[in-house]
Design a protein around this ligand. Structure first.
Ligand code: SF4
Length: 356
């Protein structure tokens, strides 16, 4: 089975930029970006990241704001913060490079068993099998194991994968398994007739490939937030989120969650009073944005606001920022959509001014 798998991988894998290198820093960045995001979505982020931070030293010398800005849109912002902290940790020790020992690597912020195994096997050729969602699904189907992904099944899957893991070129084997899961052994409609390991697959032999693994039912909490787009001449008011917790360190328009039974406008008045000690006149609704996070479905309502009293900036770090300067600030997706909306509106206004 190993031979067929590796032969298939060599002939069919996608040409992705991180597959052209063995540089541990670049492999590390790609693997962190690839967690729960598709390869095609990662490519532009990966290339931009390496332009900005070509090596660990450059990353360690950048500011957290620059790092978050480069990550903007990828989600899971704590991962970017962890990359930055890990680079600083290593460079402080005067070893501006990725450790090649499991214990040293896993001690870095944000490095778990998956990242450690992927980096050590792909960059350093060490025999560590990876177990991501794609590999889990492939192994469960190959071995005909029913059920959902869980810690208990992980133990069994690790045992199975270790039994077939090659003594050499473990990085190729890991990448081949992940690629098979991404391209052939997909969650729905696996392409079994094109699969290089079909003859070794118990799920296929039993016709069970569509029912393994059992899909996990995820509950998704719905949240409504309301924000004020407050303008002072050509500047807008934005503020930084707290350094800990969801979307830590990103910037946003002031506002917050709508409480049960509250109207959107009442919620916005309350939030702005609490956050900025400011009274505003709420104007028209500018935009409604929906965005899905892993466990939340957020609907964000943005209203144009006019200040009645000057804000006192009691909490956080609100700042008046020109629209052109917003590109220096990292925003979560919802707020980034509002910024794009304001830019479009401003350029339309500018065009109509020029054409009279
Ligand atoms: S034969 Fe089908 S179910 Fe089995 S590993 Fe291949 S694609 Fe997956």
């Amino acid at each position: 089975m190993k031979k067929e798998l590796i032969r298939w991988y060599k002939g069919h894998h996608r040409e992705l930029p991180w597959r052209k290198t063995k540089d541990p820093y670049k492999i590390w960045i790609s693997e962190v970006m690839l967690q729960q995001t598709t390869a095609s979505a990662v490519v532009p982020y990966y290339e931009k990241w390496l332009d900005l931070f070509p090596d660990m030293k450059a990353l360690s010398q950048s500011s957290q704001q620059e790092v978050l800005k480069a990550w903007e849109g990828l989600g899971y912002y704590q991962r970017a913060i962890n990359l930055h902290q890990a680079a600083r940790t290593m460079c402080r020790k005067n070893v501006c490079t990725i450790p090649d020992k499991y214990e040293d690597l896993i001690a870095l912020p944000g490095v778990g068993p998956y990242i450690a195994a992927a980096v050590l096997s792909i960059a350093y050729g060490q025999p560590y099998p990876v177990l991501d969602a794609n590999v889990r699904r492939v192994v469960m189907r190959l071995a005909g194991i029913h059920g959902q992904f869980s810690r208990r099944t992980d133990k069994i899957l690790f045992g199975r994968i270790k039994a077939i893991f090659p003594a050499r070129n473990g990085g190729d084997f890991n990448q081949a398994m992940m690629e098979l899961g991404a391209l052939v052994c997909k969650p729905r409609n696996p392409a079994c007739l094109l699969c290089p390991v079909q003859r070794s697959c118990l799920a296929f032999q039993r016709g069970e490939q569509e029912v393994i693994p059992t899909p996990r039912k995820r509950s998704c909490q719905k949240i409504e937030t309301v924000v004020g787009v407050i303008r002072d001449g050509r500047r807008y008011l934005i503020q930084k989120r707290p350094p800990q917790g969801l979307l830590a360190g990103l910037w946003e328009f002031p506002g917050g969650k709508r409480e049960k039974g509250e109207t959107l406008r009442a919620a916005l008045h309350r939030e702005l009073r609490e956050e900025l000690t400011a009274e505003v006149k709420i104007g028209r609704r500018l935009l409604t944005v929906r965005h899905a996070y892993t466990r939340f479905l957020v609907t964000l309502f943005a209203f144009e606001c006019e200040l009645i009293s000057r804000p006192k900036f009691r909490k956080g770090s609100p700042r008046w920022v020109f629209l052109k300067a917003m590109k220096r600030y990292p925003f979560p997706s919802g707020s980034a959509r509002i910024v794009r909306f304001l830019e479009d509106t401003e350029s339309r206004r500018e065009r109509s001014r020029l054409t009279g």
